[in-house]
Design a binder for this molecule. Structure first.
Ligand SMILES: [Zn+2]
Length: 207
């Protein structure tokens, strides 16, 4: 028995520490690349929504630096013809989960990121005021990776614990808060699987 416990402990020590967030709204395991595209939430706003997005730059291509460059206002919009539409765009998200499940944080959770645009959720406009934005590196029609789902569930479980207003039912997609204007994270995103995994964590709440 003692040997088994020791082995478990050693296994844990070889893994990265558990995901956590500090009082400044920063994740311990995320690479930090602070975006200038952020500001304060309105004082009356309560953080109670997570918006899931999908993004790839160029569209359908994964693994490059263009997403971070976009959020840092460093994207050379003349580099690719399909970047021209992004010229002058000032956008960000709180987090990016890449195809390998690696995390990059651009905006502290305590601040407002600029990810939702014109949007409405349950009759409330301007979702950026009260939401966190999580980008998954991906495309509407290409399956997201198991590593991304694993990391997303880990992040959502933490956010549900850390922020009382966020529950499993307060997690939505960009296409749902900006219908007709946005399609991400797209039909490739497996909502039933996400809901099942959150429920299995015991995080599912009826509110
Ligand atoms: Zn989006």
């Amino acid at each position: 028995m003692r040997a088994i416990n020791k082995r478990n402990r050693e296994t844990r020590l070889n893994k990265s520490p558990p995901l956590s967030t500090n009082p400044d709204g920063l994740l311990n395991l995320a690479r930090l690349q602070l975006s200038p595209n952020r500001d304060s939430r309105p004082e009356s706003a309560t953080l109670d929504l997570v918006v899931i997005h999908g993004i790839s730059l160029p569209a359908g291509k994964f693994g490059g630096a263009a997403i971070s460059q976009l959020f840092l206002n460093q994207l050379d919009c003349s580099a690719k013809t399909n970047f021209a539409a992004l010229n002058g765009l000032r956008v960000s998200a709180h987090l990016l989960i890449d195809r390998h499940g690696q995390l990059t944080q651009y905006v502290p959770f305590t601040e407002r990121a600029w990810h939702a645009g014109q949007s409405s959720w349950q009759g409330r406009e301007n979702c950026n005021d009260f939401a966190l934005g999580i980008e998954l590196e991906g495309s509407d029609e290409i399956a997201y990776t198991p590593a991304q789902y694993d990391r997303l569930v880990e992040v959502l479980a933490l956010l549900i614990t850390a922020y009382p207003g966020i529950t499993a039912r307060h997690i939505t997609g960009h296409s749902m808060i900006a219908p007709g204007r946005k399609t991400d994270p797209g039909p490739a995103f497996n909502w039933p699987a996400l809901r099942r995994r959150l429920a299995a964590l015991g995080e599912y709440q009826a509110t």
